[in-house]
Design a protein. Sequence first.
Length: 367
Amino acid sequence: MNSYRSLVEQARSLEKERGISLDFTDKNIADSWVRCFEHGLRPNSDPIDSVLSQKELGQIKEQYQDIRNFIVPELELLYSQIAGSNFMVAFANNDGVVLDTIYDNQFLNSQASKVVIPGSVWLEKYRGTNGLGLSLQTKSPNIVAGGEHFFTSHGGLSCFASPVFDHNQNIIGVVDASTDTSSRQDHTLALVKLSAKSVEQKIFLETFKHTNIYSFHPRSEYLHTNSIALLAINDDGQIEGVNSNTRIMLSGLYKEDSKDFYNIFTTPFENVAHEMNADKIVQVKDWLGSSVFMKLFQKQITSTSSSNLKVNTLTYQSCSDCGGSTLKEQKCLLIQKTYDQLDGKITAVSKALNISRTTVYKHIQKK
């Protein structure tokens, strides 16, 4: 067995051979190369083409059907945001098995489309360094561009991947976008991350649909965006679940063994619950002195009131100039949703959708 030092030397040799410096890109890539050598892979050989049978794939898809109900529409939205630019989008489960794919025509005719298929397994030990496998390994979003892939045969690809987590911080799967160009496009990774966050939110809302769910953010104008933190709180003020944004915003305050609302915020839950349940936004302060704005986001479903479900999910309506034209309406709605996903950042929307800032303003102001 090769020593770790020997494996690092092999990775450095490959780095020199390809004329890139991993010190200036991403340490995750360098670590991945070392793991690939440890698995006995060789960069100039062929990847291990691990693909499940149709029966095995069907069984896994069935197991993931509830999750895929949220994933597939999000993949379609992501595809619409980057379509026509030689891309594909995909979702793989936490074992690296690709379950769903959408290709544009140009990518469909490429060699890459023959290997990134439903049922293919994209773990590092089979496919070397790749975006999907790396995100599973590091539990973080990643770009793997061109020669950063371990296998030489993947050198013409760029992959953008982001993991999807459940409320317990377990990885459910990975959202991936790939193109057969070797460029690094940071705005593409931003869209992929937003898709993963959107899926996480939908799964969270479904998981805790029998509990009132409250959203909060330090800025009240952001309470309608995907950057909100979510708390599932029962009538006794006990926190039954939180999303990943909550863990970030309440870092140092939220603990798994201390779930009383009053242990985090200086106001007892019963003092603000009535106002929030009446659709009012309240301002509360945590025990570290920071203030946040909080509101009811989704009302609990009960056996007697399921038909009265109140969900503050985002809805969109095309602007006055786009009514009556299906194509125009679709474009308008896409701009509006991307605008909300990117927290109202006009320049980011313009870059993500490859349209002018003026066009973004036009559809936002007239909605």
